[in-house]
Design a protein around this ligand. Structure first.
Ligand code: UD1
Length: 420
């Protein structure tokens, strides 16, 4: 199994390019099931989760052609199957995103029920309730969600009890082929929702209000195809900024969109880093200084993203002072604290709050990645720590970070992949 071996203690310095956004590419790939024609996608990141989604489309009968630049041509006209099998869904919960498109376009979908995962129980009740409101019948049978709408879906007025990114995406996609108008209230406002809406509109759909908490979707007869470029990955961007802040370095990140990262940039500035930004680039410079501790609370966009919480925890762990990290989205997402403590951090957990007392130094140690973003926090800790850190179970990292060791090497880090 692959591991990452990091020899820490060097400030990151240099520039790299940011990849396309995983959390945009996944729903957009699922959204190609709505298209009665060809969808051409660019700026897809080269990641395990993307390969899994392409494999899932393939098993439904979709034709997918990927060229060497990751330009992907998707043709869902030949679809013959409507089942997302357990084997794929268990490796990637985002497989649930094919549910809405399949039932909207073909009147039928069978998707293995995604279980919980390391970071929490992650139910999909709101996805299912919304589809029922649009006229689908839903049965849970043999571990599968079976959705049926033989006469098509109809527009509806939906209020989401909890702000859910995946739920908003599934229902937006389903509504784009429903008869009439759908209004989704208390919708998620994440930039990935905006990207998906732009994709649907580029294919011939009519989604309005994306980026606000009320979406209005006028269903169309069909989406007939077109081209779309996936937006840059804001979480990858934030992760490299956090790595630079923790190692007292300076980095320039290109092909990104700093406007999507306001809450994260504010925290890094509060920690003492100097940030400058242009339309598609951002730089962070610590001037070699140790960060100051900051406190943060995760919440839906535009507040501080849960997907950046663990990386900032590592920054705070080596800061001057004490910071509190409150996680409000997922119930079990502070677990990286235990691994960080094995490296010399001083973090105590009280319910959904981590109290992080900054230490001068971390010490390299063998550590175990438990989920995607937690693994990124351990890599950052390894970059800061004195001595060697061996990060195990890095398949989590490969799900979400394109060429992480190459990019970090470009920034001067001593990191390599080892197989044992
Ligand atoms: C997406 C992101 C993930 C990110 C998360 C929150 C993708 C592929 N994944 O996950 O990286 O951490 O948003 O920003 O884009 N909930 C319910 N019922 C539902 C659905 C959700 O109670 O039917 C709850 C969840 O348990 C959680 C909260 O709502 O507590 C937010 O989850 P949600 O926004 O749906 O996360 P995902 O879409 O799974």
């Amino acid at each position: 199994m692959d591991k990452l071996l990091i020899s820490g203690g060097k400030p990151l310095a240099g520039e790299i390019r940011i990849s396309g956004a995983k959390n945009s590419a996944l729903p957009i790939l699922a959204g190609t099931l709505l298209v009665d024609g060809k969808a051409i996608l660019s700026n897809l990141p080269h990641l395990h989760d993307i390969t899994t989604m392409i494999e899932l489309l393939g098993c439904l009968g979709v034709h997918v052609v990927v060229d060497e630049n990751m330009l992907v041509e998707v043709d869902s006209r030949p679809v013959t199957g409507f089942t997302a099998p357990y084997d794929l869904v268990k490796t990637m919960r985002a497989s649930i995103l094919v549910l809405g498109p399949l039932v909207a376009r073909f009147g039928e979908a069978n998707v293995s029920f995604p279980g919980g995962c390391q970071i929490g129980s992650r139910p999909v009740d709101l996805h299912l309730r919304g589809l029922e409101m649009m006229g689908a019948t839903i049965e849970i049978d043999g571990g599968y969600i079976r959705a049926r709408a033989p006469k098509g879906l109809r527009g509806s007025h939906i209020f989401l009890d909890t702000v859910t990114v995946g739920g908003t995406e599934n229902l937006m996609m389903a509504a784009s082929l429903a008869r009439g108008k759908t209004v989704i209230e208390n919708a998620a406002r994440e930039p990935e929702i905006v990207d998906l809406a732009k994709f649907i509109n580029a294919m011939g759909g009519d989604v309005r209000g994306a980026g606000t908490d009320t979406l209005t979707i006028n269903g169309v007869e069909k989406l007939s195809g077109g081209s779309y470029r996936i937006m840059p990955d804001r979480i990858e961007t934030g992760t490299y900024l956090a790595a630079a802040a923790a190692t007292r370095g300076r980095v320039k990140l290109k092909d990104t969109d700093p406007r999507l990262l306001e809450a994260v940039i504010l925290k890094l500035e509060e920690a003492g880093a100097e940030v400058t930004q242009g339309d598609d680039w951002i730089t962070l410079d610590t001037k070699g200084k140790r960060p100051r501790a900051v406190s943060l609370k995760t919440a839906p966009y535009p507040a501080f993203p849960t997907d950046m919480q663990s990386q900032l925890m590592t920054v705070i762990a080596v800061s001057e002072g004490v910071g509190r990290v409150i996680e409000t989205i997922f119930e079990n997402r502070l677990i990286q604290a235990h691994e960080l403590n094995r490296m010399g951090a001083a973090i105590s957990l009280e319910g959904n709050t981590a109290i992080v007392t900054g230490v001068e130094k971390l010490k390299g140690a063998p550590v175990m990645a438990s989920d995607l973003r937690a693994s990124a926090s351990l890599v950052i800790a390894g970059l800061v720590a004195e001595g060697e850190t061996l990060v195990d179970r890095i398949y989590h990292i490969d799900r979400g970070y394109e060429c992480i060791e190459e990019k970090l090497q470009q920034l001067g880090a001593d990191i390599r992949r080892v197989t044992s």
